[in-house]
Design a protein around this ligand. Sequence first.
Ligand code: ZN
Length: 304
Amino acid sequence: MFIADAHCDTLYAIAIEGTKPEACVVTPARMAAGGVGLQTFALFCGKHGPAGTPYEDAQAMLRAVPRVGVPILTGDLPDEPPASPTGVFSCEGGEMLEGSLERFHEFQRKLRLRMIALTWNFENEIGHPAKEGPEGGLKPFGLDLLRAMDAEGVLADVSHLNEAGFWDVCEHTALPPIASHSDCRWLCDVPRNLWKEQARAIIERGGFIGVNFYSEFLREGGGATLDDVVRHVDALMELGGEDAVGFGSDFDGIEAWPEGLGHPGEFPNLLDALRSRGYSEGQLEKLAGLNLWNVLKRAEAVRR
Ligand SMILES: [Zn+2]
């Protein structure tokens, strides 16, 4: 079964934190063992936000790409989902664009970004993070960027964005909004998760929600198990998310995860848990990878 993962921080771990590729959570061998055909590799703005050197850090992450050992698609996606480990690029934290559409186009020409998380945990030129509270929508550059992203088929990723920004994205993007790595706030009330109205808005617009494997987003106080992941999937499915729900592991960016779901080689454990919950093979195929694949293909089609 084709498995796709909407978010990991492996490039940051290697290039900025100095983790050896073989010591990373996401490795080509584990991807192959788990059946992960597509991994989104984020260029992460860094833990200092705009006060750091996000553009330079992104360049360092790009230089680290060969060390990951996974080929990354920087052109059109193939007709069928890849059978062996393959990557695509995303951006997490729009401050690496330095408030410049030229920077966006520069990244886009070279990398074919599939999605941009507009903020990380700091206010930037685009908008405000969930971590700082719900108020304050997208800034003028954020709205200009959304138009450019729509034209280029780059999805707006609302994981980390605050509520006012979220609703601005819903109002202003032509492409569907996605949340690459967020869970259900009505099950676990942390600012990084989505309220039910937000999840419903993404689903209604044909977007995508990648369930995050971070224990503290799955269960208040942490200590989450595979059952908690299933609980979040169930809740999104109950909202009509059968064509919108998938996974955004956040591997190499999280410190705690459910037992049995610690690396890409363990995805089959999650699929088994969902299978025993009663999901059909057709539903599992969508959740495991086709929902992410399909939204990426639809975004690419808009670009053409
Ligand atoms: Zn993140």
